[in-house]
Design a binder for this molecule. Structure first.
Ligand code: FNR
Length: 186
């Protein structure tokens, strides 16, 4: 079972991106172990605080560094990623020279109630994660429109086509993480 650090860029209790993460976790079954990062406890990034690195930020770095892969789920706020997520990404990229993202197999997905499925946010997030050195899965891309009822109370996906599509995404991500583990062992 591969351990996956999961970053959900929403602090809403009823977040559709959190439900999306739980649905992916269920589709992955025994293949992936999702560990959800606590982004809400992080202070706003401040370079002055780096010498006294906050415990919450260190916990985030430890989670990422100890994981076999990273999954980022972004909402879209005004055509970009929410500050909650950017703040976490920035903390984990520091201190200088100790960027936790380097070499981590990663995937980006996102959901919104609208038809574009957080596409603009995901485009920004992909460019950030490439620059930070993750080994980013290029495809399949997932621009998920979440209408009420898409996820049931058990985080099962009610629409068969969407379930199949997201199942294929999970299969690809598992293969991506496992391929990286093989490369690292070689
Ligand atoms: C939004 N929303 C939004 N949706 C979208 O598709 N494109 C956008 O640019 C924006 N912009 C935006 C800005 C702000 C400040 C908010 C609060 C919301 C709507 C957004 O997709 C919706 O609230 C989602 O439900 C947020 O994701 P979570 O929190 O449900 O995961």
């Amino acid at each position: 079972m591969k351990k996956i650090a999961v970053l959900v860029g929403s602090n809403r209790k009823e977040s559709i991106n959190l439900k999306f993460a739980k649905a992916l976790e269920k589709l992955a079954g025994e293949r992936l172990q999702f560990e959800y990062a606590d982004l809400v406890s992080l202070p706003m990034y401040n370079d002055d605080e780096v010498p006294n690195y906050p415990a919450s930020a260190q916990a985030l770095k430890d989670l990422i560094e100890g994981a076999d892969g990273v999954l980022l789920l972004t909402p879209e706020f005004n055509r970009s990623i929410p500050p909650l997520l950017k703040n976490a990404i920035d903390w984990a990229s520091r201190p200088w020279g100790k960027n936790s993202w380097v070499g981590k197999p990663a995937a980006v997905v996102g959901a919104s109630p609208g038809v574009i499925g957080a596409a603009a946010a995901q485009a920004h997030l992909r460019s950030i994660m490439v620059v930070l050195g993750t080994v980013l899965m290029g495809r399949p891309e997932v621009y998920l429109q979440v209408k009420p009822g898409l996820f049931d109370e058990n985080f099962d996906i009610t629409d068969p086509d969407t379930r199949k599509f997201l199942g294929d995404f999970v299969d690809s991500f598992v293969a991506w993480v496992e391929a990286d583990a093989r490369r690292s062992a070689a």
